[in-house]
Write a protein that binds this ligand. Structure first.
Ligand code: GLN
Length: 494
């Protein structure tokens, strides 16, 4: 029998239907893989019993001819989505003992479609980071390595555990969240496909909040079609989230087409960043050439406010984070200091000092500062105005083009330990992903080639609001042309 963990969702669904294997068998193979590659630290919690129980139910449903869209398919769930009865930590010490009594809308949807959860994946603490090195539960290791170099590489962040898990075949697909690039950037670093839909497409209810006006759930998969199945399962209106939008969820999976005839693809000249490595630029040009070959017209566009996106994001996101994270006070749930304290204020302070890591504290400081009296107008209000201009840039560009093509990241995955002592160098990773987040646009990263050191590189596709279909289609065209079939260093020889 072929290694079941290498099958796509479509192949697995067909195999389950044809009784080539059962969901319990499929799940067991993935669970064995999870244990074999435990040292990647991709999961905070493995949910073996729950997975096998869900798989059994899926087998019954399949036998009864009652299968859902993802019936019997194993998934990883970023540990930011609340799961009933399963510890949900946000990779923070402050939520280290938190067991939600309720289910997030996204995982509820996923389970309603028959998915089997193998575990809760590791992430940067409260989804703040670009390298998965800020988790209280340790770094996640990228299953890829540079040629002839044993250095452990980062998987990207913040959804690094989900990306590493899909890349190393620890689950068929995984859930992530993307606030400024946390799905697209780790997808690029691990050779997986990752999509963040339009803001408002997926419910935020029951997902631990980082920056509420930016946070969106999304998915990782082995290919674009798998991502389409996953996104169809989780997307949809939810009255419990006031920013959820009441729009039908299209069947993206049945309409994916790599034919680019009649499509206009924009290449934003402002994304040619200073010091961009030549191989990133070359891959971008190759991507444009592939789309042209597939029938698209390539158009140079201008997004003049791009250069303000990163500073704007690093004002808006920490501002919202400082407000969202005020709720962790040690009173109702989560960690509380055990040190003797003399007052309620001291209890709050000591609990938060112990509970939050350095990066989270840095964001709270920045956020509180930009929201404080005297600085609010100069920073926060200004950032909000620029955010509007960035969105306007995209609106104007989309009058001329159907989608935009850029590199996903300014570099390939770097080593654990590199860039760690310089927060600004770390923030620069988000250069290409952050503008679309500020504008609420759908974006996807598709693996498009290997760096000179043999590690994956991704191309990013941005679409008009609610036009995930075009994003999937352009992604499929890149996927077809790139024919990226490399498997992570770790799995070679399997
Ligand atoms: N890397 C970005 C940050 O640190 C984005 C994180 C995210 O999208 N959750 O804020």
């Amino acid at each position: 029998m072929t290694n079941l963990t290498h099958l796509s969702i479509k192949e697995s669904v067909d195999g389950l239907k044809n009784k080539d294997f059962s969901s319990v068998e499929l799940t067991t193979e993935y669970l064995n893989h999870c244990k074999k590659y435990e040292s990647l630290n991709a999961f905070i919690t493995l949910t073996e019993d729950k997975a096998l129980e869900q798989a059994k139910q899926s087998d019954n449903k399949i036998a009864a001819g009652n299968a859902g869209l993802l019936e019997g398919i194993t998934v990883g769930v970023k540990d930011l989505f609340c799961t009933t009865g399963v510890k949900t930590t946000a990779a923070s010490h402050i939520l280290g003992n938190f067991i939600p009594p309720y289910e997030s809308s996204i995982t509820k949807n996923l389970f309603a479609h028959g998915a089997v959860m193998v575990g809760k994946t590791n992430l940067d603490e409260f989804a703040m980071g670009s390298a998965n090195i800020t988790s209280h539960y340790g770094n996640v290791i990228n299953p890829w390595k540079r040629n002839g170099d044993e250095t452990n590489l980062v998987p990207g962040g913040s959804s690094g555990g989900s990306a590493a898990a899909v890349s190393a075949r620890l689950c068929a697909a995984a859930l992530g969240t993307d606030t400024g690039g946390s799905i697209r950037q780790p997808a690029a670093f691990t050779g997986t496909v990752g999509i963040k839909p339009t803001y408002g497409r997926c419910s935020r209810w029951g997902t631990v909040a980082f920056a509420s006006s930016l946070d969106q759930a999304g998915v990782f998969g082995k290919n674009t079609l798998d991502c389409a199945f996953m996104l169809e399962a989780i997307a949809g209106y939810d009255e419990k989230d006031s920013t959820s939008v009441n729009k039908d969820v299209p069947k993206w999976s049945s309409s994916i087409s790599a034919d680019m005839k009649g499509k206009r693809i924009g290449i934003p000249k402002e994304y040619i960043a200073d010091g961009m490595p030549s191989e990133i630029k070359a891959l971008w040009e190759k991507g444009a050439a592939w789309l042209k070959e597939a029938g698209a017209e390539i158009v140079e566009i201008s997004l003049p406010y791009t250069k303000y996106a990163l500073p704007t994001y690093y004002i808006v996101a920490p501002a919202e984070a400082s407000s969202n994270l005020a709720r962790y006070d040690g009173v109702r749930y989560g960690h509380r200091t055990s040190k003797p304290v003399k007052s309620l204020d001291e209890m709050y302070e000591q609990t938060r000092e112990e509970g939050f890591g350095d990066e989270v504290k840095r964001r709270i400081f920045i956020g509180t500062y930009v929201l404080s009296h005297g600085y609010y107008d100069a920073y926060y209000l200004k950032a909000q105005k620029i955010r509007r201009l960035i969105a306007q840039d995209f609106n104007q560009a989309f009058e001329k083009v159907d989608a935009i093509l850029t590199p996903t990241t300014p570099s390939a995955a770097f080593g654990i330990g590199e860039k760690m002592d310089d927060p600004v160098a770390m923030y620069l990773n988000d250069l290409f992903t952050v503008p679309a987040s500020l504008a609420g646009l759908p974006g996807m990263s598709v693996p498009a080639g290997l760096s000179s050191q043999g590690t994956p590189l991704g191309l990013q596709i941005l679409g008009k609001p609610w036009d995930e279909q075009t994003v999937f289609n352009v992604g499929a065209a890149i996927e077809k042309a790139a024919n990226f079939d490399s498997i992570p260093t770790l799995l070679k020889g399997e």
